[in-house]
Design a protein around this ligand. Structure first.
Ligand SMILES: [Fe+2]
Length: 171
């Protein structure tokens, strides 16, 4: 299904390889369109590939879908938006939030140190995600009432959702 020539070494992929991989999968619509459910009422996702070096997912978004703040533990990642638009929010402290709009055809990549949140910014959106090493654990973030930021370790099999109730935006 997915060309393993870049992953068969078993070594983690570089970010440039991950962006190439998600672009290649995005271009092969037959890999992910069968997983789209037009009747879904919330975000759905499909695992397209997993080996010792990388895992690849298709995610189908609807308005209101929000991953909440999270990191990818030891994995680097890349995301290619193929339909609609997403917004990426990068966790910044003491400065205004600056979401980045990622429309169809655009992509983003990140190192394991990256903490972000993705939200749907269109009537619907589709994105292809790749992570290397393959996701195993992720960190989700929650803000305690005393203002302390806490990290919660979750399995890659758990769907990411905001841990905190919505807060008024600062802008
Ligand atoms: Fe993420």
């Amino acid at each position: 299904m997915i060309d393993r020539s870049s992953t068969s070494s078993g070594r983690p992929l570089a970010r440039e390889q991950l962006t190439g991989l998600v672009a290649g999968v995005a271009a092969c619509r037959e890999l992910w369109t069968p997983h789209y459910d037009p009747h879904a009422t919330r975000r759905t996702y499909a695992a397209l590939h997993r080996d010792e070096a990388v895992d690849v997912w298709a995610i189908f978004w609807l308005p209101g879908d929000d991953t909440g703040w999270h990191d990818h533990d030891t994995s680097s990642g890349a995301v290619q938006v193929v339909e609609g638009a997403l917004e990426e929010w990068v966790l910044r402290l003491a400065v205004p939030e600056r979401p980045r709009r990622c429309r169809a055809g655009s992509w983003l990549s990140f190192a394991p140190s990256h903490i972000h949140r993705l939200t749907c910014a269109a009537p619907r959106a589709t994105s292809i995600h790749a992570y290397s090493p393959p996701l195993w654990r992720l960190g989700q973030y929650t803000l305690a009432e005393d203002g302390a930021l806490r990290r919660v370790s979750v399995s890659y099999a758990d769907e990411l959702r905001p841990l905190d109730p919505p807060r008024p935006r600062s802008h």
